[in-house]
Design a protein around this ligand. Structure first.
Ligand code: FE2
Ligand code: FE2
Length: 290
């Protein structure tokens, strides 16, 4: 797989119809499932800015022209994701979600606090770890008919496009970390340990805020969490199938291209190349799921 992996193609000015009337609980009319993905959307603008900044700190030290080009294309893709998710997050703002406060907190964490307590190599290590978690979610979630069937076609198309591009650039931060910042085994896996706790806790905190804004009482929130965590962690739920993908990061000699592609990547790509329509590509990916 290492020689024939996907190439990074930045795609710009895509239209997902996000200004249209999209149901508040666009996934299965289910607050937990919807707010899980919505919470991730609120993380992207600052998170992706952090990824770009961390990788570009090494730009002057990159001598391989191929990697240099990949860093450029990675930057363009992530910048575009932030733009589209900002647009999506405006919808959340209208629902009362405190997007500005969430962004301010993340801005403080990534750009004020983190630089004081981490090295450049640790920051690109965190980026590579988070990119692995992202690619893991894209690869494993998009196999799930259960998720694809029950989602609004427009939001689904936005996530399908994002997932496809995450898979395309999944090795960029990793290559900068290992080839340019010359991280050894422990410098690579320790940031993964950190983000494995930090990421789910951050998502959970934002989801809880969203449930409060949505008007759920304490008791209703407890029920949402109990049902939602079961949906996530039950045998055959979302989490268990991701475990093998997750743990691969801890193998000595691991490289992102040693793991499978997202199964319906080719379908998305063919449809998008043929039609130029990101929603049609999202629908085709949905039809190809199993
Ligand atoms: Fe992204
Ligand atoms: Fe990414």
């Amino acid at each position: 797989m290492s020689e024939q992996h996907a190439t990074i193609v930045p795609r710009e000015q895509l239209d997902f119809g996000l200004d249209q009337d999209i149901p508040k609980y666009w996934m299965d009319n289910d607050p937990f499932k919807t707010r899980f993905f919505d919470a991730m959307s609120t993380l992207f603008p600052q998170g992706e800015k952090f990824f770009i900044t961390s990788v570009r700190e090494y730009r002057d030290q990159i001598t391989d022209p191929k990697l240099l080009q990949e860093v450029k294309d990675f930057t363009r893709q992530e910048a575009q994701h932030s733009l589209v998710h900002r647009h999506y997050n405006d919808r959340l703002k209208k629902q009362g979600i405190e997007i500005d406060a969430i962004e301010a907190e993340l801005q403080q964490r990534f750009f004020v606090d983190a630089p004081k307590v981490t090295t450049a190599r640790q920051r690109v290590g965190i980026t590579a770890a988070l990119e692995h978690l992202t690619a893991m979610m894209c690869t494993t979630f998009f196999e799930r008919r259960e998720l694809l069937d029950s989602s609004d076609a427009r939001v689904r198309a936005m996530y399908a496009w994002h997932a496809v591009e995450e898979v395309e650039h999944k090795a960029v931060a990793f290559d900068v970390l290992t080839k340019v910042a010359k991280a050894g085994y422990w410098s690579r896996v320790m940031p993964m340990v950190t983000v494995s706790f930090g990421f789910p806790l951050t998502v959970a905190g934002i989801m809880n805020h969203m449930f409060k804004v949505d008007g759920f009482s304490r008791w209703q929130r407890a029920k949402l969490w109990a049902r939602g965590l079961w949906w996530f962690y039950k045998p055959g739920g979302l989490f268990i199938p991701t475990l093998g993908y997750y743990l691969a990061y801890y193998k000595p000699g691991f490289h992102p291209w040693k793991l499978q592609e997202m199964p319906s990547y080719g379908t998305w790509l063919d449809t998008f190349q043929r039609t130029g329509d990101a929603i049609a590509a999202g629908n085709a990916l949905h039809a190809a799921g199993h």
